[in-house]
Design a protein around this ligand. Structure first.
Ligand SMILES: *Cc1c(COP(=O)(O)O)cnc(C)c1O
Length: 364
């Protein structure tokens, strides 16, 4: 069996070591005669798995004691609603920084529940840069929080620094870059990330929330399943959790620890993306539209100069023949995109660059 290099934005490639562990333990976890899939989530065995998952996650991110970690369902899209439902706390507006597709969608969802103060919106310049925070519109006194998306998966822009929130809780969607570099958790009120980019299989969403925010008053009609407090009081087991995705995520956390933690992930992700951007910038055939200071280290969109759709289709087809999968760009922005998360080795980036050179030779 040969594993391909999968450049999908998500569900994305997982570390082979973690999948191998899952395979070895699939039918019989630690001589207990059953699969993790078949265990009660209330039992001692699954309890020991959960304890380790949370310990490793906290250790990797150096999460301080005054933060609660939740493992939730519903993907990041549910958080687009849960954030305002739980954190408005009587306020009628919230501040949103819109630097790409997901930020735009999160603000649209929040607008069902409150007014949106768009402190920055880069749609007019096609979301190819991130203006410095001092150039943003002011946050208002009555905004409950500031929400932003640290890495815009579709547009390939990523914040180099954490923006100031002027005393308001800072809420961040880190769906596509959590665990790809160290983060100073103390700067945040709440961080959320669906698993299927860097953390594990689809089905679980990690949440890190400062404890005081669990005391906010949720909107009256908020269903129990959408209340942070409810999940926190029940250790994320208010109802039956997606036990298997939790377990596989735990194997991924172990893998990240074994590799050297987030410093090492940061180093590798920089090395991979630097190499790919350098190649694209040095080429007269390929182009990346994002301003250098805002480039994502994990999602690299690119176009073939001239934007010929037939040539792009040929690129996708021929790359798949070389076992380089899912390089088609998001339908929203078109073009091509290479997602190179934690599990993508440098060998994958090298193979991609070799293919790109060869493709240019034949079609350029
Ligand atoms: C993938 C992604 C989402 C959507 O996640 P779902 O789990 O499909 O709801 C939201 N925000 C960002 C930044 C993403 O990359």
């Amino acid at each position: 069996m040969e594993r391909v290099f999968n450049f999908s934005a998500g569900p994305a490639m997982l570390p082979t070591d973690a999948l191998q562990r899952a395979k070895d333990e699939l039918l019989d976890w630690h001589d207990c005669g059953m699969s993790v899939m078949e265990m009660t989530h209330r039992g001692k065995r699954f309890g020991s798995i959960v304890e380790k998952i949370e310990r490793d996650f906290r250790e990797l991110l150096a999460i301080p004691d005054n933060y609660t970690v939740l493992f939730l369902h519903g993907g990041s899209r549910s958080q687009f609603a849960m954030v305002p439902m739980n954190l408005l706390n009587g306020a009628s507006s919230a501040a949103y920084a819109i630097t790409g597709l997901w930020g735009d969608l999160s603000a649209q969802e929040a607008s069902r529940y409150c007014n949106i103060n768009e402190v920055v919106n880069t749609k007019d310049s096609r979301c190819t840069s991130i203006p410095d925070a001092p150039d943003w519109q002011p946050i208002h006194d009555n905004d409950a929080y500031l929400h932003y998306v640290d890495n815009e998966t579709v547009n390939g822009v990523e914040f180099a620094n954490v923006p100031a929130s002027h005393g308001k809780p800072l809420v961040c969607d880190m769906s596509s870059n959590l665990l790809t570099r160290p983060v100073d958790i103390n700067k945040f009120g709440l961080i959320y990330a669906c698993a299927q980019k860097n953390l594990g299989p689809a089905g679980v969403t990690m949440l890190i929330i400062r404890n005081d925010l669990l005391q906010c008053k949720a909107l009256e009609f908020t269903p129990s399943m959408f209340r942070y407090k409810e999940h926190a009081d029940k250790q994320s087991m208010y109802n039956t959790p997606p036990t298997y995705p939790w377990y596989v995520s735990g194997l991924v956390f172990e893998w990240v620890k074994e590799q050297g933690g987030l410093q090492e992930m940061d180093k590798r992700n920089r090395a991979k993306s630097d190499k790919l951007y350098a190649f694209i910038d040095g080429s007269d055939f390929y182009d990346n539209p994002v301003r250098v200071s805002a480039r994502s280290r994990v999602n690299v969109p690119f176009t073939i100069k001239g934007g010929d759709p037939d040539l792009e289709a040929a690129f996708v087809k021929e790359s798949e023949e070389q076992h380089l999968m899912n390089l088609k760009g998001h339908r929203f922005v078109g073009g091509l995109r290479a997602s190179i998360y934690n599990a993508m080795p440098m060998a994958g980036v090298d193979a991609l660059i070799d293919f790109m050179m060869d493709f240019e030779k034949r079609h350029g």
